[in-house]
Design a protein around this ligand. Structure first.
Ligand code: DGL
Length: 262
């Protein structure tokens, strides 16, 4: 029997990765853990995020997963090494697949990265990009308002465009010549419409948008062996607003979930 793929995130945002995995592997069995009681990770210290990430890993290993995806960019940026060292099964974080997709997409070598405070402070995307292409340059920016905006469902219209404009104006346009922008956070794919529009407007030419959720699903290809029966088991540490939030990220209602303690 094929073992399931384990996916964890600080909350419901990682369901964007489940959605991307489902598109890539319709028959894979998935186990999702959303640490909704402790979300957000993006504003917490690396030490705390690492501790939380290790507890998520332990939970998934107890469910006998054969592969672990750290859907949360913040946890990937700050705790990938610790999680990989503690895991007997392969672990894929969001940063390397996102960085590689950005390098495949860029012509100028100037790449923008947006994410949470924790992700941007870690400089993990810069390292992953510059290690792979010496002459690449990275403009990165923390965009903390985009997470609540996506959760509220304000993913189009004046407010979303104005906030994207305010943020993206700081890393695009001018002398930066960024031609590729990495959405380095689980929540940002929901805002890809206004982000792409505003980014191209500011830059004066089309900006390639890299969705780290799709990049992770593509990276999982080499590890997914055999077929399951397309099940999704979902665990959360708090269920507040879950019925309302989960469909925004997953694309359809969550049929069932289990409330757990870590
Ligand atoms: N899942 C987080 C990330 O991708 C966003 C939400 C949070 O701050 O926990 O970085």
């Amino acid at each position: 029997m094929t073992r399931p793929i384990g996916v964890f995130d600080s909350g419901v945002g990682g369901l964007t990765v489940v959605r991307a995995l489902r598109r890539a592997f319709p028959n894979a069995d998935l186990v999702y853990l959303g640490d909704t009681a402790r979300v957000p990770y993006g504003s917490k210290s690396p030490r705390t995020v690492e501790r939380y990430a290790l507890s998520c890993l332990r939970f998934l290993l107890e469910r006998d997963v054969g592969l672990v995806l750290i859907a949360c960019n913040t946890a990937s940026a700050t705790a990938l090494d610790a999680v990989s060292a503690a895991s007997p099964v392969p672990v894929i974080g969001a940063v390397v697949p996102g960085a590689e997709s950005a390098l495949a997409a860029t012509r100028s070598g100037h790449i923008g990265v947006i994410g949470t405070l924790g992700t941007i402070r870690s400089c993990a995307y810069e390292r992953a990009i510059e290690e792979r292409r010496e002459d690449a340059s990275v403009q990165s920016l923390a965009c903390p308002l985009l997470v609540p905006l996506a959760e509220e469902g304000w993913t189009s219209g004046d407010v979303a465009e104005a906030i994207c404009h305010r943020y993206l104006g700081q890393i695009l346009g001018g002398d930066h010549s960024v031609d590729t922008l990495v959405l380095g956070c689980t929540h940002y794919p929901l805002l890809s419409g206004p982000i792409a529009r505003v980014a191209s407007q500011i830059a004066g030419s089309e900006i390639a948008i890299v969705d780290s959720a799709d990049a992770m699903a593509a990276a999982a290809k080499q590890h997914v062996l055999g077929e399951g029966s397309g099940t999704l088991r979902c665990y959360v540490t708090d269920a507040t607003r879950l019925d309302e939030l989960a469909p925004r990220f997953l694309g359809h209602p969550l049929s069932e979930f289990e409330l757990i303690d870590l």
